[in-house]
Write a protein that binds this ligand. Structure first.
Ligand SMILES: Nc1ncnc2c1ncn2[C@@H]1O[C@H](COP(=O)(O)OP(=O)(O)OP(=O)(O)O)[C@@H](O)[C@H]1O
Ligand SMILES: [Mg+2]
Length: 311
């Protein structure tokens, strides 16, 4: 098994970036990891990127908006709004709301910020990172670990490339200095881990292997790979071959319907077995597996069950 040496305990990190294609289970994994880390005594913040809010269902807490909200013992959550995050960021840079208003109500300044590619993504990424630097009155960190529930990746690494884009296109100044600082921290495997979520299916497996290659190119540390929705195999390899060899079965009689269902399952299991072995070979880190649940997975009970499987 090739290794980039970056796989470490997630509990020792400060910043986790959970990413993967749309609908693979990123938010579910964020919630389950948060629960697992909180159970180890870590204070965890889940930072979502302007998401359709589902975390409250998963964790059984109040709705999560753009303010940090308690979401369970040792768990907090925030649903970052890009405009609000941008305003906060602008104010942090300028240290005053009055100054912010003066500048940002100015159409030239607005145009400048709009013209910087990925400014909204930067505001959310930067805000999530900034939460790792917050401290309590006694000087201890407000959160031990911030989990960024990153937006679904399109073809590339979208949001994660943004600091690099800023470094490349923005003239020297505060914005570029912050992007450089954040980029350095994101690349440090001691503090940051990217958690890749995928499914045991053909296309997601291929795309995840490509995504991992992209992350390595950007020198972002892959800390964990979670293959979600894995089916417990019902058939052996031989049984799968025999069932598939039957070809499509007419389903008008009951026994035939059962054989047809078994054959469909056998095909799914073959695709799963092939995808899992490709993932195990093609990725720098041995994946962790989460089972497919047959009840609604967006409940506190299901998330608890999944969190136990992660540890
Ligand atoms: N292991 C599982 N077993 C059964 N259902 C699951 C499992 N994991 C996730 N789901 C369900 O799949 C759906 C998608 O999960 P989730 O919202 O976590 O995906 P996502 O990657 O965050 O999606 P998006 O890209 O839209 O943000 C949800 O309905 C969730 O409850
Ligand atoms: Mg999600």
């Amino acid at each position: 098994m090739p290794s980039d040496g970056s796989q470490g305990e997630l509990a020792s990190k400060r910043f986790l970036i959970v990413t993967g294609k749309g609908g693979v289970g990123k938010t579910t994994v964020c919630a389950a990891e948060a629960l697992a880390l909180a159970a180890k005594g870590k204070r965890v913040l889940i930072a979502m990127c302007n998401a359709k809010e589902r975390i409250s269902q998963m964790l059984g807490c109040d709705l999560v908006g753009s303010e940090v909200t308690p979401a369970g013992p040792n768990i907090w959550a925030v649903n970052m709004d890009p405009e609000v995050a941008l305003e906060e960021y602008g104010m942090m840079m300028l240290k005053s709301r009055a100054l912010y208003k003066l500048l940002f109500d100015n159409k030239y300044v607005r145009t400048f910020f709009r013209a910087v590619p990925g400014m909204h993504e930067w505001a959310m990424l930067g805000k999530a990172w900034w939460h790792t630097t917050e401290t309590r009155d006694d000087g201890s960190p407000r959160f031990d670990i911030v989990i960024l529930d990153a937006p679904a990746t399109g073809h590339g690494l979208d949001m994660l490339r943004v600091p690099k884009v800023i470094i490349d296109v923005v003239p020297p100044g505060l914005l570029r200095r912050d992007a450089e600082r954040a980029w350095k921290l994101f690349q440090d495997p001691a503090t940051t881990a990217v958690v890749l979520v995928t499914l045991p299916e053909e296309m997601p497996a291929t795309e995840t292997i490509e995504l991992a290659a992209g992350l390595r190119e950007l020198q972002l540390p892959i800390g964990k790979i979670v293959v979600n929705q894995v089916l417990p195999p019902l058939f052996s390899r031989d049984e799968r071959v025999k069932l598939e060899a039957l070809g499509p079965v007419e389903v008008d009689a009951e026994p035939a319907a059962a054989v047809s269902a078994a054959r469909r399952r056998a095909i799914r299991e073959r695709v799963q077995a092939e995808s899992l072995s490709r993932l195990a070979e093609g990725l720098p880190v041995q994946p962790a597996y989460l089972p497919q649940l047959f009840d609604n997975a967006a409940t506190p009970k299901a998330i608890y069950e999944l969190s136990r499987r992660l540890t």
